[in-house]
Design a protein around this ligand. Structure first.
Ligand code: SAM
Ligand code: ZN
Length: 261
């Protein structure tokens, strides 16, 4: 049984060969890579919502080098239950690690290019294009909802979780990329670790902090492109970073576990 619902009328969607239909006859075809586009044209605020393709490529190259594998394993070890949904899954780097026998794993993102990449390389999870503000998924259907470095949508997160379900939310810690920030800025500031405002119950706060050795210039630049600093850094700071051939920097993550009563 699929947990997907029709983005037009919110009734359940059922697969018939390569088409998903609801009882009212709204129909959505699987793309050749195997994902479903459930984002209606009226829900798009731009022609290409979500992260830009060059950012997708930088993120894919950086993540596939394995620097964030400890974080992926840390989160995967905390995922439980039969039905898992990765909100704003990007190119599926984390989503793909959540698969386990007898578990249904779904991932969605508003950026179609990311969903296409995810679905091309990972056949164990099911990917769809959708926006956070109206997630086309049955209420009370998800055991673990994961959410890494993305906007938070409290009402929808609470709606899709089963009673007793878990939300795992990851945000950057105060020392995240500290040495990169020291290269970019005269006076770097630690990140504020502000937890999201939510009606879910915070059960646990954990930290994962370690150093990564970015051995190649390309890795340094890809990581920089993935950060918000890439569009708010003055030119001389950016030039200093671009001159580096390697960088050792701390990565610092806060993993919040929430429960739905
Ligand atoms: C920083 S990336 C994180 C991606 C992935 N979770 C990861 O850690 O690799 C944020 C993602 O949120 C997606 N996003 C932004 N706004 C969204 C929205 N309203 N609905 C769904 N996805 C959204 C972007 O397209 C992007 O892929
Ligand atoms: Zn419908």
């Amino acid at each position: 049984m699929s947990i997907l619902t029709c983005p037009v009328c919110a009734q359940p969607l059922q697969p018939h060969e390569r088409t998903y239909t609801c009882p009212s006859g709204h129909a959505f075809d699987l793309a050749k890579e195997g994902y479903l586009n459930l984002l209606l044209p009226t829900q798009r605020r731009s022609r290409h919502p979500g992260d830009a393709p060059e950012l997708c490529r930088a993120r894919r190259a950086f993540l596939s080098a394995g620097y964030y594998a400890p974080l992926r394993d840390f989160v995967a070890a905390r995922v439980c239950g039969e039905t898992v949904l990765d909100a704003c899954c990007g190119e599926g780097y984390y989503t793909s690690a959540f698969a386990a026998d007898g578990r249904a794993v779904y991932g969605f993102d508003i950026a179609k290019d990311m969903v296409r990449l995810a679905s091309k390389s990972d056949k164990r999870a099911f990917y769809f294009v959708a926006g956070l503000h109206s997630i086309p998924v049955e209420s009370g259907s998800v055991d673990t909802l994961t959410h890494l470095f993305a906007p938070f949508e409290d009402a929808e997160f609470r709606r899709v979780l089963k009673p007793g379900g878990t939300l795992l939310s990851v945000l950057p810690g105060e020392k995240h990329l500290w040495q990169m920030k020291e290269t970019l800025y005269e006076t770097p500031y630690p990140n504020r670790e502000t937890p999201p405002r939510t009606g879910l119950r915070l059960l646990k706060t954990e930290r994962l902090r370690y150093d990564v050795d970015l051995a190649a210039k390309e890795d340094v630049l890809n990581l920089f492109r993935m950060t918000p600093y890439s569009y708010k850094t003055a030119r001389d700071g950016e030039a200093k970073l671009c001159a580096l051939d390697s960088l050792r920097t701390t990565v610092d993550f806060v993993v919040l576990t929430y429960g739905k009563d």
